[in-house]
Ligand binder design. Structure first.
Ligand code: CA
Length: 232
């Protein structure tokens, strides 16, 4: 996190000074803009890792810049606003701000929010939750459970299951699976996929006996149907 670049857009000199002091003391590098126009130029010149954005600025509303940034990508934005401006808070979050702090705030609180914003930005997005999905998958930790019971999978078995879940209901050819799990230039073969599917199936059936959610499509590949392991 040290060395992360923060763009601070704030026209109040006292508030800006205290934020800059706190963030820099924590090892973050801060660029400061007083105006939206300058902030836009800074961002296009060198996109920061996160933006701290005041709402009321001399040349316009920080909410507009927030909307523009969200339309352009996923640069993390923390909005600042005057105390009691509930409407700004709601609008800011609706426009896609990642977090919101009302003035007055303590610099330490702001620092904690900025750090958590940077941490979240570095993590891969969570897999979308599925209603009634009996699988719970933690991609970062490479762990998966079925009906709340952890599956003890090897790295390749985990990769196969994650890929089939991501494309559930669709047929994945052995080539697709090889590319996704072993990498394009591996010298593994179709047989490798079959072997790992077999061990994966056995582990799934230990938890859901008699329910085979992986279908073999002759000459085509494999698909996964979560309805087949749904409890009732
Ligand atoms: Ca202001």
């Amino acid at each position: 996190m040290a060395g992360a670049r923060i763009l601070l857009v704030e026209d109040d000199p006292a508030i800006a000074r205290s934020i800059i002091y706190t963030l820099e003391r924590d090892g973050l590098s801060v660029t400061h803009s007083l105006l939206l126009g300058d902030a836009r130029a800074q961002i296009s010149r060198q996109p920061p890792d996160a933006v701290i954005l005041d709402v009321g600025l001399p040349d316009g509303s920080g909410l507009d810049l927030c909307r523009e940034l969200r339309a352009a990508g996923s640069l993390p934005v923390l909005m600042l606003s005057a105390q009691g401006e509930e409407i700004d808070r709601v609008l800011g979050l609706e426009l896609g701000a990642d977090d919101y702090v009302s003035k007055p705030f303590s610099p330490r609180e702001l620092l904690a929010r900025v750090r958590s914003l940077l941490r979240r930005a570095r993590m891969p997005p969570p897999a979308p939750a599925l209603a009634g999905n009996p699988f719970e998958i933690d991609t970062a930790g490479q762990r998966v459970s079925l009906h709340g019971r952890p599956l003890n999978l090897t790295r390749r078995e985990f990769g196969l299951l994650a890929d089939l879940l991501r494309h559930r209901g669709r047929i994945r050819s052995r080539d697709d699976l090889l590319g996704a799990v072993w990498g394009a230039d591996s010298d593994s073969t179709d047989r490798t996929v079959d072997t790992h599917i077999k061990t994966l199936r056995a582990k799934l059936q230990e938890i859901a006996p008699g329910h085979d959610c992986i279908t073999t499509h002759r000459g085509m590949g494999y698909s996964l149907d979560i309805d087949r392991v749904k409890g009732d």
